[in-house]
Each structure stands twice: as C-alpha cells, then as structure tokens.
Design a protein around this ligand. Structure first.
Ligand SMILES: [Zn+2]
Length: 104
C-alpha cells in the first residue's frame, strides 16, 4: 500500500473531491482507507443495554477506495503520484513523483 495511517491525502473524485484529510486506518485486503472528515455516513445504533455504548444516529467515516485518494506530498503540497525507491539493504522509501522528495 502506498498510503499509510497518518498520511495526509486528497480525494480525487466523487462528492468529496478536493477535500483533504488524515488517514485514520488502512485496510490492505479491501484496498480501502478511512479518511477523517471524508465520506461521512449516518449510522443508526440501537440501544444495546450497555450504558457505555452510544445510541441514536452516529456520524462516522466510511472507508473509500484507495484509488480515489492521492497522497499529498509534504514538500510540494500537492496530491502526487508515489513511487518507491529501494535501498541496497532492501528498505523501501516512498518518493514523490513530482519533486522526487522522499516521503516519510
Ligand atoms: Zn513532492
């Protein structure tokens, strides 16, 4: 996965096009990410009897396809294509294809 938890990403298409947010979680199996403030859905939570469980209508972020977001490069501050550079010891570093800067 080119996107990691904690990254800043920009949405490329759909209702949230152009919106930026922080990646809260990544699911490599389904190829989806949850981005803060993006793809908010209302969920009806039934009362469970457990007083700690919130009930009623809860707003939460639903996962979106990772192909609909692009990593925002910290240096050029633009959604960028990401490549990988592999060091001699095998360590992979993400690299911005726009400015060739390594992205942590
Ligand atoms: Zn860049």
């Amino acid at each position: 996965m080119k996107i990691k938890k904690g990254d800043t990403v920009e949405v490329l298409s759909g209702n949230y096009k152009g919106v930026r947010g922080t990646v809260n979680s990544v699911d490599p199996d389904s190829g989806r990410v949850v981005v803060s403030g993006v793809n908010i859905v209302k969920k009806h939570q039934r009362r469970t009897g457990d007083v700690r469980t919130q009930f009623g209508i809860i707003e939460r972020e639903a996962p979106i396809r990772v192909s609909k977001v692009a990593l925002v490069c910290p240096r050029c501050d633009k959604p960028s294509r990401v490549g990988f550079e592999v060091a001699e010891d095998g360590a992979k570093t993400r690299v911005c294809r726009r400015c060739n800067e390594a992205i942590e």
